[in-house]
Design a protein around this ligand. Sequence first.
Ligand SMILES: [Zn+2]
Length: 135
Amino acid sequence: MNPITDLLSSFDKLITEHGSATILKERIVQLREEFERLKEKHDRLEIENQRLKCEVDDLRKALEQKTISHEYTEHRGVLFRRLANGQIQDEVYCPSCKVPMTSLMGHTPLRCSKCHFTANFTGRDIERVVKEVAT
Ligand SMILES: [Zn+2]
Protein backbone atom coordinates (compact mmCIF):
# COMPACT_ATOMS: atom_id res chain seq x y z
CA MET A 1 0.00 0.00 0.00
CA ASN A 2 1.25 3.50 -0.85
CA PRO A 3 0.70 6.40 1.53
CA ILE A 4 -1.93 8.06 -0.68
CA THR A 5 -4.07 4.95 -0.94
CA ASP A 6 -3.66 4.55 2.77
CA LEU A 7 -4.79 8.11 3.43
CA LEU A 8 -7.80 7.79 1.11
CA SER A 9 -8.74 4.57 2.80
CA SER A 10 -8.52 6.33 6.14
CA PHE A 11 -10.75 9.15 4.92
CA ASP A 12 -13.23 6.67 3.55
CA LYS A 13 -13.23 4.81 6.82
CA LEU A 14 -13.65 8.06 8.74
CA ILE A 15 -16.58 9.15 6.55
CA THR A 16 -18.26 5.76 6.92
CA GLU A 17 -17.78 5.73 10.68
CA HIS A 18 -18.76 9.34 11.05
CA GLY A 19 -21.83 8.74 8.88
CA SER A 20 -22.95 5.70 10.87
CA ALA A 21 -22.32 7.52 14.12
CA THR A 22 -24.61 10.32 13.01
CA ILE A 23 -27.29 7.90 11.93
CA LEU A 24 -26.85 5.98 15.16
CA LYS A 25 -27.13 9.20 17.15
CA GLU A 26 -30.34 10.08 15.30
CA ARG A 27 -31.72 6.62 15.95
CA ILE A 28 -30.87 6.89 19.63
CA VAL A 29 -32.63 10.26 19.82
CA GLN A 30 -35.65 8.78 18.04
CA LEU A 31 -35.71 5.76 20.33
CA ARG A 32 -35.37 7.95 23.39
CA GLU A 33 -38.31 10.06 22.24
CA GLU A 34 -40.34 6.93 21.51
CA PHE A 35 -39.46 5.57 24.93
CA GLU A 36 -40.52 8.80 26.65
CA ARG A 37 -43.77 8.80 24.68
CA LEU A 38 -44.52 5.19 25.65
CA LYS A 39 -43.57 5.81 29.27
CA GLU A 40 -45.96 8.75 29.42
CA LYS A 41 -48.69 6.64 27.86
CA HIS A 42 -47.97 3.81 30.32
CA ASP A 43 -48.14 6.15 33.31
CA ARG A 44 -51.38 7.64 32.03
CA LEU A 45 -52.93 4.19 31.53
CA GLU A 46 -51.77 3.05 34.95
CA ILE A 47 -53.49 6.01 36.62
CA GLU A 48 -56.61 5.40 34.52
CA ASN A 49 -56.55 1.70 35.43
CA GLN A 50 -56.27 2.52 39.13
CA ARG A 51 -59.16 4.95 38.86
CA LEU A 52 -61.33 2.37 37.09
CA LYS A 53 -60.48 -0.28 39.69
CA CYS A 54 -61.66 2.07 42.45
CA GLU A 55 -64.81 2.84 40.49
CA VAL A 56 -65.61 -0.86 40.01
CA ASP A 57 -65.05 -1.39 43.73
CA ASP A 58 -67.40 1.45 44.64
CA LEU A 59 -70.06 0.26 42.20
CA ARG A 60 -69.77 -3.31 43.48
CA LYS A 61 -70.27 -2.09 47.05
CA ALA A 62 -73.20 0.09 46.03
CA LEU A 63 -74.77 -2.84 44.22
CA GLU A 64 -74.28 -5.08 47.25
CA GLN A 65 -75.91 -2.46 49.47
CA LYS A 66 -78.83 -2.19 47.08
CA THR A 67 -79.26 -5.94 46.95
CA ILE A 68 -79.10 -6.17 50.74
CA SER A 69 -81.63 -3.44 51.40
CA HIS A 70 -84.29 -4.80 49.05
CA GLU A 71 -84.14 -8.52 49.45
CA TYR A 72 -85.46 -10.01 52.68
CA THR A 73 -86.08 -13.64 53.36
CA GLU A 74 -88.50 -14.55 56.11
CA HIS A 75 -87.66 -17.47 58.36
CA ARG A 76 -88.82 -18.35 61.86
CA GLY A 77 -90.84 -15.13 62.05
CA VAL A 78 -87.91 -12.79 61.42
CA LEU A 79 -86.14 -11.40 58.38
CA PHE A 80 -82.77 -12.23 56.87
CA ARG A 81 -80.96 -10.51 54.06
CA ARG A 82 -79.34 -12.14 51.12
CA LEU A 83 -76.03 -10.61 50.03
CA ALA A 84 -75.19 -9.91 46.39
CA ASN A 85 -73.05 -13.05 46.33
CA GLY A 86 -76.08 -15.16 47.34
CA GLN A 87 -74.98 -15.73 50.93
CA ILE A 88 -77.29 -15.02 53.86
CA GLN A 89 -76.02 -12.23 56.10
CA ASP A 90 -75.70 -13.36 59.70
CA GLU A 91 -77.89 -10.58 61.04
CA VAL A 92 -81.53 -10.84 62.08
CA TYR A 93 -84.04 -8.10 61.23
CA CYS A 94 -87.35 -7.25 62.84
CA PRO A 95 -90.23 -8.22 60.53
CA SER A 96 -92.07 -4.94 61.22
CA CYS A 97 -89.33 -2.33 61.71
CA LYS A 98 -86.65 -3.99 59.57
CA VAL A 99 -83.95 -2.94 62.05
CA PRO A 100 -81.28 -5.39 63.26
CA MET A 101 -82.39 -7.34 66.33
CA THR A 102 -80.09 -7.79 69.31
CA SER A 103 -79.43 -10.40 71.93
CA LEU A 104 -77.71 -9.84 75.27
CA MET A 105 -74.32 -11.57 75.02
CA GLY A 106 -76.00 -14.00 72.63
CA HIS A 107 -77.87 -15.60 75.56
CA THR A 108 -81.26 -13.89 75.37
CA PRO A 109 -83.79 -14.24 72.55
CA LEU A 110 -83.21 -11.71 69.78
CA ARG A 111 -85.25 -8.58 70.35
CA CYS A 112 -86.19 -5.52 68.35
CA SER A 113 -85.15 -2.37 70.22
CA LYS A 114 -87.91 -0.40 68.52
CA CYS A 115 -91.10 -2.47 68.87
CA HIS A 116 -89.75 -5.09 71.30
CA PHE A 117 -90.74 -7.97 69.04
CA THR A 118 -88.88 -11.04 70.27
CA ALA A 119 -87.66 -13.93 68.14
CA ASN A 120 -87.95 -17.55 69.26
CA PHE A 121 -84.18 -18.06 69.17
CA THR A 122 -81.12 -16.44 70.77
CA GLY A 123 -78.07 -14.68 69.39
CA ARG A 124 -76.04 -17.85 69.73
CA ASP A 125 -78.47 -19.65 67.41
CA ILE A 126 -78.01 -17.19 64.54
CA GLU A 127 -75.32 -19.22 62.80
CA ARG A 128 -77.47 -22.36 62.88
CA VAL A 129 -80.63 -20.53 61.79
CA VAL A 130 -78.75 -18.82 58.93
CA LYS A 131 -77.78 -22.27 57.72
CA GLU A 132 -81.48 -23.26 57.74
CA VAL A 133 -82.27 -20.19 55.62
CA ALA A 134 -79.47 -20.92 53.21
CA THR A 135 -80.63 -24.44 52.49
ZN1 LIG B 1 -89.50 -4.04 65.44
